[in-house]
Design a protein. Structure first.
Lengths: 285, 218
């Protein structure tokens, strides 16, 4: 069963456009949603959550159409927006007490257990929490109302390495029983190397590729060779950099001829993101 | 719906603003004052503070994440606004009637705090709502221009009706009179004020929902 099925979303803004955004997330898995700043990650997430009015396209969550079943589905979705704070001067206790009334399946026991586990004190104000604590509080809220799909916008940005690692372990733990699915956007690709099962890569408002993580990486090659070899592959490369030793660039694995003598290796997610960003910029140097 | 109203009252509206009807209502005991000001403080103080807080705390984003419809988001907010307005009017009315007994020998130059005057206050607030609410819901976060225009309109209404009440002898008798027939007319004016308040606020709600459905949440 699909936890999330995004079909052909189009949305035109004056200066930006989401073009035919489609991807699917299987239930019980973690999908990393990557792209550089401004690639369209948050806009896509807002479109999924019906916060942005899309021009065309459909979103299905847990098999139901989001546009038609928004209220029902929002009961099943948990959100965390890493960069946005709400009611920072209010105490956690007050905020929780207000939020929990919106949810039919709120479970106080689950809430207390996660508050305890994350060392969150109900009497503290949101403003007093560290970035990591805020994400953990958002997760506590989501899990306490029994969310089946967690949509997290840059939850790890701004966290120190230890907190990030801790959070990623938690993500793994949450999906262990196969009920919860997680979509999280990030531009910190090392997070995904650690815990994502699937990767969806967006660049300039378009999905470049969405698939299983290793397959995703293996569908590209990072090639490097001398300046003389550049001419052999230049027209097929996604983008490349040159320096005094030669060139390094990204190419689709299918477009690469292994007999050419050019060195090739599987790129990291970061390499893929960087070379696609250069392609957008058209700034070969 | 009730959860949204509770959310606004617990998180969005500062407790001081909730006590404003009483704090401002006490001003009804200033003898012979321009009592319109007591109600206008709602537009001048409560609304800007409340909407500033809502904007600063990202209320729009917060509320949109809850399992609620956009229609209910608007409805709950209007209930909170209208509720506060009515609280201002009711408290001022009670204190006003007491004040009138208290200063029985005073000659009112501005409107005395009788039922007719509060009918006018309700019309003034209705005009405020009709302008402020639909203008605000064009973006659901920018409130400056909406507040400026709606407050100027409400203040102008107060100024013009007060001027007519002083300058026109017929109107003066209607609003200042203390005879039984005057009191009956004043009661009718209050009822008319209530009807106009409900009608214009309902129109504001419909316009606001229509606009808010087009808003991109940010």
């Amino acid at each position: 069963m699909l936890a999330l099925d995004v079909r052909h979303i189009h949305k035109k803004f004056p200066a930006f456009e989401l073009k035919d955004v489609s991807f699917q997330l299987e239930k019980g898995y973690i999908m990393g949603f990557i792209g550089v700043n401004g690639a369209g990650k948050t806009t896509t997430i807002k479109s999924i959550l019906n916060m942005t009015r899309i021009d065309s396209g459909e979103v299905y969550i847990l098999g139901k159409n989001m546009a038609e079943h928004e209220l029902e589905l929002k009961q099943e979705i948990g959100f965390a927006f890493g960069s946005i704070d709400f009611y920072t001067r209010s105490k956690i206790k007050t905020l929780t007490d207000t939020i929990k009334r919106f949810y039919e399946n709120w479970d106080d026991q689950i809430y207390s257990s996660y508050m305890k586990r994350f060392n969150l004190d109900e009497n503290r104000k949101i403003a007093e929490l560290s970035t990591g604590m805020k994400v953990k509080y958002s997760l506590t809220l989501a899990l306490s109302h029994g969310a089946k799909l967690l949509i997290l916008d840059e939850p790890t940005s701004g966290l120190d390495p230890a907190s990030r690692d801790d959070l990623l372990d938690l993500f793994q733990e949450l999906i262990a029983d196969g009920e919860v699915s997680i979509l999280f956007s990030t531009h910190i690709t090392s997070d995904l190397e650690k815990c994502a099962d699937y990767i969806t890569f967006i660049s300039n408002g378009q999905i470049v590729l969405s698939g299983e993580k290793d397959e995703f990486k293996e569908s590209y090659l990072l090639v490097n060779g001398s300046e003389g070899q550049l001419a052999q592959v230049e027209d097929r490369m996604i983008s490349y950099k040159t320096n005094s030793f030669g060139f390094t660039g990204l190419i689709h694995a299918d477009d690469f001829d292994p007999t050419s003598g050019i060195r090739a290796a599987t790129p990291s997610l970061e390499d893929i993101m960087i070379y696609y960003a250069r392609k957008g910029g058209q700034n070969h140097d | 719906m009730i959860n949204l109203i509770r959310k606004d009252i617990r998180l969005g509206v500062h407790p001081l603003l909730l006590s404003m009807p009483v704090l401002m209502g006490v001003l009804m005991f200033v003898p012979g004052w321009i009592y319109y000001i007591v109600i206008l403080y709602f537009c001048w103080i409560t609304i800007p503070n409340m909407f500033n807080q809502l904007r600063a705390q990202n209320d729009l984003m917060f509320t949109s994440m809850m399992p609620v419809t956009k229609r209910d988001i608007v409805k709950a907010r209007i209930i909170v606004i209208a509720g506060l307005e009515l609280a201002h009017v009711v408290v001022a009315l009670i204190f006003g009637l007491v004040s009138q007994r208290f200063y029985s020998d005073i000659t009112y130059f501005f409107f005395p705090p009788n039922l007719g005057f509060f009918g006018l206050c309700l019309v003034m607030l209705a005009i405020f709502n009709l302008i402020f609410i639909p203008m605000y819901y064009k973006t659901a976060y920018k409130f400056g221009m909406a507040l400026l225009i709606s407050t100027v309109a409400a203040t102008l209404f107060a100024g013009i009706t007060q001027w007519i009440g002083i300058a026109n002898s017929g109107m003066n008798r209607m609003f200042y009179g203390t005879e039984a027939n005057h009191l009956a007319v004043q009661a009718y004016i209050l009822i008319a004020g209530i009807v106009i308040f409900i009608a214009l606020t309902a129109v504001a709600y419909r316009m606001a929902v229509k606009r808010f459905l087009q808003v991109e949440i940010q």
